[in-house]
Design a protein around this ligand. Structure first.
Ligand code: NAG
Ligand code: NAG
Ligand code: NAG
Ligand code: NAG
Length: 179
C-alpha cells in the first residue's frame, strides 16, 4: 500500500472511535534534546499548567548555524505495549520540500497544522531565526486529537528527529495518553 492508502485505511478504522466522544488527550511528558550544539540548542521546551483547564506547551530552538541547514525530518509514532513499539507511522521527509507542499504528506500535515498557528515556522526555507512554539494550548490539541481524528486509547510517543548528513542533530519526544 502507498502512504496515502495506509492513511485512508487508518482514517476509516479510527472513524469508529469517533463514537467515543469522551476520550481525552493528556500530555504526560516532553523531551527535547540537542545532539549537535554547532547547529542549535533548545533554550526551553516545557509544559505549563496555569490551572486545571488551561495548560500549554512552549519551546524554543536557538539557531547556532544560520541558516538552519538542509535537513530531513523523521517522524515515528510509538505506542506503549511492553515498552514503546513503532506504531503506524515512520515517515521521513525532506523538511524544506514538505514545508513548500504540506499536502504531499497528509499525516505530517495534520500534525503540522496542529501547532503552526502557535509558532513562527510556517514559512518556506531558509530558516534564519530561532524556531519558536509559544503557548500551544492543550485544549486545542485535545479537540483535534479526540474529535477530529481520534486515535485509540493508550500511551503514545510522537518522536521527531531532525537529521543532517545521516546524523540526528536534535530530537523532540512528545509523550501523551488518550483515555
Ligand atoms: C530524552 O531523549 C534523549 C534522546 O533520545 C534520550 O537520550 C534521553 O534519555 C531522554 N530523556 C528522558 C528523560 O526520557
Ligand atoms: C484558567 O486560566 C485562564 C488564563 O489565565 C483563565 O482565562 C481561565 O478563566 C482560568 N480557568 C479557571 C477554571 O480558573
Ligand atoms: C524507520 O524506517 C527506517 C527506514 O525504513 C528504518 O531504517 C528505521 O529503523 C525505522 N525506525 C524505527 C524506529 O522503526
Ligand atoms: C501556512 O502558510 C500557508 C501559506 O502562507 C497558509 O496557506 C496556511 O494556511 C498556513 N498554515 C497554518 C496551519 O497556519
Amino acid at each position: 500500500m502507498t502512504a496515502k492508502q495506509i492513511f485512508l485505511t487508518v482514517a476509516i478504522l479510527i472513524f469508529y472511535f469517533v463514537m467515543e466522544t469522551n476520550s481525552r488527550f493528556e500530555f504526560t511528558n516532553l523531551n527535547c534534546t540537542s545532539f549537535d550544539m554547532g547547529i542549535g540548542e533548545f533554550e526551553y521546551c516545557n509544559l505549563k499548567s496555569i490551572n486545571r483547564s488551561y495548560k500549554y506547551v512552549s519551546g524554543k530552538y536557538k539557531l547556532h548555524q544560520i541558516p538552519l541547514p538542509i535537513m530531513k525530518l523523521n517522524f515515528i509514532m510509538w505506542k506503549r505495549l511492553n515498552g514503546y513499539r513503532p506504531f503506524l507511522y515512520n515517515i521521513t521527509v525532506d523538511a524544506c520540500r514538505f514545508i513548500e507542499n504540506p499536502k504531499s504528506n497528509p499525516v505530517l500535515k495534520y500534525i503540522f497544522d496542529s501547532f503552526t498557528g502557535y509558532s513562527n515556522i510556517n514559512h518556506s526555507c531558509p530558516y534564519t531565526s530561532d524556531l519558536i512554539v509559544e503557548k500551544l494550548p492543550i485544549g486545542f490539541l485535545n479537540h483535534r486529537v479526540t474529535e477530529i481524528l481520534p486515535i485509540p486509547e493508550g500511551n503514545y510517543l510522537f518522536e521527531f528527529r531532525l537529521i543532517r548528513l545521516k546524523s540526528i542533530f536534535a530530537s523532540i519526544q512528545v509523550y501523551f495518553t488518550i483515555s
